[in-house]
Ligand binder design. Structure first.
Ligand SMILES: [Zn+2]
Length: 437
């Protein structure tokens, strides 16, 4: 029993060999000794000198099951995660029905386990129906497997309700994860951010303060309640400023950012009709993009997430006003971050990987995200040299909605191991005993 992954390289460039057995990492050999491990007739995977990392973690995805399986289901979402190198994903509860009851949460947990391609950790709703009127039963949701509470997709409009949600979550030692958006500041039909793009096309725009006002409000409420408050998909300079201040005064606030908000501004949107550029929060100004990068660099923003939001082609073809918000992200996240931030020399590989593995695990109390003896054997092999064009037709996700189609990226995942089992592989030979000594 057991699988040796040999001939790997750590993010720091060190040689590494790892033995997975009974679901956990039982041996790690580093340096030149890694070339000479005794594999004792076990199955051997040759990483071919490629990067070997703890499996990636994405704390913000939409798998659409139950209710919107035509967009994505837990099986296709899990396949997409595995192909993107992710071994743990946290699912947003805005399904149909929403995950505001123990039974629905338990079903998602069970379905994720039976698919078995990635760890599917659902969030429960903050409010019943995500309607912002009545709080869900957090204890029941937690007991069913929810790892935190969020009404992602909509903001909690009432400050009083948010404060009570935080008070109850804090009492259970659970986080509140917030989609920050004040509806009273949103003009009807707005698809893009306020800025040059909407000005040029004469469209209504989504203002930065519709996000930041909730961030500021919630940081004050988190200070009052002591809850772990986690801000979803930060996109504005003002939000980053408020989170930075919150951290400075000791509020337990953490934050995430998506690759598209680090890489695209509204100036990149090619036209006012392609809904693959419509996401929520919207692409902001170049100044906001620079602020997001700076906020990652100074620790204001803690982790990277994809906000993987698959929609059908028919839905995205309805024109920007009627098309739903969102883009897919699991299969392009690592290559985007690697190509645009590591290969360019702006960030180091360990810096990027930490925000995709150990940091999210720490923030949310997960046992995964680390290359350590005794940790779950969730591992990913990535080819940092391989260059490929983004082709949505090849996505394992049902969603093909991405603004990155045609981009040439490096750093493609080649093999994903979940709990000691190879769940996805593009390596030519697994089980080759070429390196068995
Ligand atoms: Zn989302």
């Amino acid at each position: 029993m057991g699988i040796w992954i040999v001939n790997g390289r750590t993010a720091e460039g060190e040689k590494i060999a790892v033995l997975a057995e009974n679901g956990v990492i039982v041996d790690i050999v580093r340096g030149d000794a890694a070339d000479a491990v005794t594999t004792d007739g076990r199955e051997v995977v040759d990483a071919g000198g490629r990067l070997l990392t703890a499996g990636l973690i994405d704390m913000h995805v939409h798998f659409r099951e139950p209710g919107f399986e035509y967009k994505e289901d837990i099986e296709t979402g899990s396949r997409s995660a595995a192909k993107g190198g992710f071994t743990t994903v946290a699912c947003m509860p805005n399904t149909r029905p929403v995950l505001d009851k123990a039974e629905t949460v338990a079903k998602v947990v069970a379905r994720g386990e039976s698919v078995g391609l990635t760890r599917v950790l659902p969030y429960g709703c903050i409010s019943i129906g995500e309607l912002g009127r009545e709080l869900a039963d957090y204890e029941a949701l937690r007991d069913a497997g929810a790892i935190g509470f969020t009404d992602d997709g909509v903001g909690v409009q009432s400050a009083g309700m948010m404060k009570e949600a935080m008070r109850r979550a804090a009492a259970l030692g659970m986080p509140i994860i917030a989609h920050c958006e004040d509806d009273t500041l949103l003009p009807g039909g707005a698809a893009f951010s306020v800025g040059e793009f909407v000005k040029k096309h004469g469209l209504p725009g989504i203002p930065n303060e519709s996000e930041a006002i909730h961030v500021g409000r919630d940081i004050l409420l988190a200070e009052a309640t002591g809850v772990h408050y986690h801000v979803c998909h930060v996109s504005t300079e003002q939000s980053a400023r408020l989170i930075r201040l919150g951290k400075q005064v000791g509020v337990n606030v953490t934050a995430e950012v998506c690759p598209h908000h680090l890489l695209l501004s509204d100036e990149d949107i090619p036209n006012a009709t392609d809904a693959n550029w419509k996401m929520n929060p919207p692409l902001r100004s170049p100044r906001d993009v620079e602020a997001m990068i700076a906020a990652v660099e100074d620790g204001t923003i803690d982790i990277f997430v994809t906000d993987h939001a698959p929609h059908s082609e028919e839905e995205k073809a309805r024109g920007v006003e009627r098309a739903p918000f969102g883009i897919v992200g699991l299969e392009t996240a690592f290559p985007l971050l690697y190509t645009k931030f590591v290969a360019t020399g702006r960030w180091t590989l360990p810096f990027v990987l930490e925000r995709l593995t150990s940091r999210p695990a720490q923030l949310f109390g997960l046992p995964t995200g680390k290359l350590e003896i005794g940790a779950p054997a969730d591992l990913t092999i990535i080819d940092l040299e391989e260059e490929r064009k983004v082709d949505p037709a090849t996505f394992a996700s049902k969603g093909k909605n991405t603004p990155f189609a045609g981009w040439h990226l490096k750093g493609w995942p080649k093999l994903t191991m979940l709990g000691g089992d190879i769940v996805w592989s593009e390596l030519a030979e697994k089980g080759s005993d070429e390196f068995v000594s």
